[in-house]
Design a protein around this ligand. Structure first.
Ligand SMILES: [Fe+2]
Length: 219
């Protein structure tokens, strides 16, 4: 990884990016306890749920960082982290819903706690516009127009979210947008199955991450 790549990663997300990079060389993994603030906890969700609740968002977060690593699109690290964190917080039910993305952004604007949680991303105005676009569009029935300046971020969120469709046995690889994502189906099943053995709570994401690194080490 180039030094200039790392300069574009917010400091609080560096342990994730570096540990994924180093896992393949067998270097020491990150301490899961240090990752507890990186994912929302069950109380943050308007509608705590097995389908769209903390386990889902924690898995999507893992997919997002693996996808950033696979595509090399590291300049989107902070914005994608914030978008994954927010995207399902305002769901009120598990059915088809085209508005919970926009509602999540409204919550972000109205709740100081959420803005504080995501402040470490250190995003500029245009990057926040990207997060708003990606979160708002992730649940619309049509894709964001190709000409939109935030298309890449929106597509990264959709693919990371899409990979977790294994949980409802509805992953169709032909809907995925990056060829790198289409190679991650097997991992997604394995992560899903492992995540069901971990209790929800502040430690959940750190445990999924430690499992991801251990698996990368074995690969
Ligand atoms: Fe989602």
């Amino acid at each position: 990884m180039l030094m200039t790549d790392l300069l574009r990663v917010p400091a609080h997300l560096l342990p994730l990016v570096q540990s994924l990079q180093h896992a393949a060389d067998g270097r020491s993994p990150v301490d899961p306890a240090t990752l507890s603030g990186l994912c929302p906890v069950p109380q943050d969700f308007q509608h705590p749920s097995l389908v769209h609740g903390q386990r889902h968002v924690a898995r999507v977060m893992v997919h997002a960082f693996r996808l950033l690593q696979a595509t090399g699109l590291r300049e989107h690290t902070g914005a994608l982290w914030a978008a994954v964190y927010l995207h399902d917080l305002a769901r009120t039910h598990d059915g088809v819903c085209h508005r919970h993305g926009a509602d999540a952004w409204t919550r972000f604007e109205q709740e100081a706690g959420l803005r504080e949680a995501l402040a470490p991303a250190g995003l500029g105005e245009d990057q926040w516009r990207g997060v708003k676009t990606a979160v708002t569009w992730h649940c619309k029935w049509r894709e964001l127009p190709d000409a939109d300046p935030h298309l890449v971020l929106a597509r990264l969120l959709k693919d990371a979210d899409g990979l977790d469709r294994v949980r409802i046995r509805d992953l169709d690889l032909s809907y995925l947008r990056f060829r790198q994502t289409t190679r991650m189906e097997g991992f997604s099943w394995a992560l899903h199955d492992y995540s069901l053995t971990v209790p929800e709570g502040p430690e959940l994401f750190g445990r999924l991450w430690a499992w991801t690194l251990a698996r990368a080490l074995r690969a």
